[in-house]
Design a protein around this ligand. Structure first.
Ligand code: SF4
Ligand code: SF4
Length: 217
């Protein structure tokens, strides 16, 4: 049996339990309505609230523009793959959901500009938590996330997506690899993207006609 003797302070006084000096909780004022009417009151007030039921799957749900959905492996404008098989996405993944094996490009068999390409690429959607760390880690912007969230299936194997399932489709003007680099030298493939405009300082006065930062007047 545990010792249930009240704790004593140094002066011999019995220590009060923690919280004993808190203000007592006020009892709630009893309603003037009988209990059945109180209960049905909640029912009636709920009946007139806006309904939030979604008609999915008959009506497709529209996600936010930056929703983290199924991944996509992107291509260059000539169809070559942006993935260079570096495995940085796999190392960044906290759920160990990505498996990559790099392969060497040759002049006869070229899948991406540069030396290597992603020969094997898999994402295990049984593990993925859609955190987006992998796309942050990708140095070529090969890996991005789409808004597609319909990933349910009835067996585990089909939720391990292969490179063929993840590759972006060929758009007009693209050619299925392997093929030579059609855009010229490397600079055309990895040209720096235009810099984003600098964010205005919070204490700077807004430019004429601009929306004030944080909505302040
Ligand atoms: S979204 Fe997160 S959990 Fe999913 S593969 Fe990328 S890093 Fe891993
Ligand atoms: S998707 Fe990006 S990070 Fe992952 S292996 Fe390919 S290039 Fe590297």
């Amino acid at each position: 049996m545990p010792d249930q003797t009240p704790a004593r302070r140094g002066d011999g006084q019995v220590a009060r339990p923690a919280g004993a000096d808190r203000a007592p909780v006020k009892p709630q004022r009893p309603s003037l309505l009988p209990a059945p009417l109180q209960g049905f009151g909640i029912t009636f007030s709920t009946m007139f609230k806006k309904v939030t039921t979604e008609e999915y799957p008959e009506v497709a749900k529209v996600t936010k523009p930056r929703y983290h959905g199924r991944h996509v492996l992107n291509r260059h404008p000539d169809g070559l793959e942006k993935c260079v098989g570096c495995e940085l996405c796999a190392w960044a993944c906290p759920a160990d959901a990505i498996y990559v094996e790099g392969g060497d490009n040759t002049d006869e068999q070229r899948f991406s500009p540069g030396e290597r390409y992603g020969r094997v690429y898999q994402i295990n959607y049984l593990r993925c938590i859609f955190c987006g760390l992998c796309i942050e880690a990708c140095p070529t912007r090969s890996l991005t996330m789409s808004n597609d969230f319909e990933l349910a299936d009835d067996n585990r194997q089909d939720l391990i997506f292969t490179k063929e399932q993840l590759m972006a489709p060929l758009l007009p003007g693209m050619e299925q690899p392997p093929h030579p680099m059609r855009l010229g030298d490397d600079a055309d493939y990895y040209a720096p993207r235009p810099a984003r405009p600098a964010a205005p300082a919070l204490d700077a006065p807004p430019a004429a006609g601009a929306t004030p930062v944080g909505g302040r007047a």
